[in-house]
Ligand binder design. Structure first.
Ligand SMILES: Nc1nc2c(ncn2[C@@H]2O[C@H](COP(=O)(O)OP(=O)(O)OP(=O)(O)O)[C@@H](O)[C@H]2O)c(=O)[nH]1
Ligand SMILES: [Mg+2]
Length: 195
């Protein structure tokens, strides 16, 4: 099997949520743990990529690698997180998940991985037209494009997708419960999803 690393993006500021989303809870687990647990069976290493203020908290809670966004691009969003993990790993592919999808499943990760294909640079979830760049598998060859975008302060994930060969995995490839891709941005979404 191709070498693959896991990246859990947890370097946002959770401004809308009001406290670090990675440490919000669903049942007995912290949000970031759902991403970690979903990736665990399939990847060699998992990198939690966050920012300096959260590092020690993560380190107390996990055996996985906790890294911070490269200083040069800190504050530039998820692309900076993916860039950082690609600098740390020599894995050919990086499976990216956000820290705020508390219904994500290992079975979803497994099904996405079936679409890894050297003809593509990126495999991305796009169920029912809902493109989820943060549920995606990125080949390390994309790092050059990522770097170019970050250099020019273009931080949009969609800009990366536009300049790469992307396999959009949709509901015809495999049917997944919509709840799996639910991400939590604010308190209202949290309250609605927990009740
Ligand atoms: N490593 C890293 N991850 C990020 C960065 N910005 C956002 N993320 C992560 O990307 C995912 C989606 O981001 P958002 O939903 O915007 O979360 P957020 O930025 O923490 O929240 P807001 O401040 O409300 O936008 C979350 O898992 C974030 O932790 C960043 O600069 N670096
Ligand atoms: Mg944000």
């Amino acid at each position: 099997m191709k070498q693959i690393a896991g990246a859990v993006l947890a370097g946002g500021e959770s401004r809308r949520f009001g406290s670090p989303k990675a440490f919000a809870k669903r049942e007995e687990n912290y949000f970031f743990q759902f991403a970690v647990n979903a990736l665990r069976p399939f990847v060699q290493d998992i990198y939690i990529v966050s920012h300096p203020s959260l590092v020690s908290r993560f380190q107390q809670m996990t055996i996985d690698k906790v890294v911070i966004d490269e200083e040069m691009y800190r504050g530039q969003g998820p692309l900076a997180g993916i860039y950082t993990v690609m600098q740390r790993t020599d894995a050919e592919w990086v499976f990216v998940l956000p820290c705020d999808m508390p219904y994500i499943r290992a079975s979803t990760v497994a099904k996405m991985m079936e679409y890894i294909d050297e003809q593509f640079d990126i495999i991305v979830s796009a169920h029912f037209g809902d493109i989820q760049p943060l549920v995606g598998i990125y080949h390390r060859r994309t790092v050059e494009h990522i770097e170019q975008l970050l250099e020019t302060k273009n931080n949009r994930m969609m800009s990366l997708l536009e300049c790469c060969r992307v396999r959009y995995v949709n509901e015809q490839d495999f049917l997944e419960d919509k709840i799996v891709f639910r991400n939590i941005n604010n308190r209202e979404e949290y309250d609605n999803s927990m009740t």
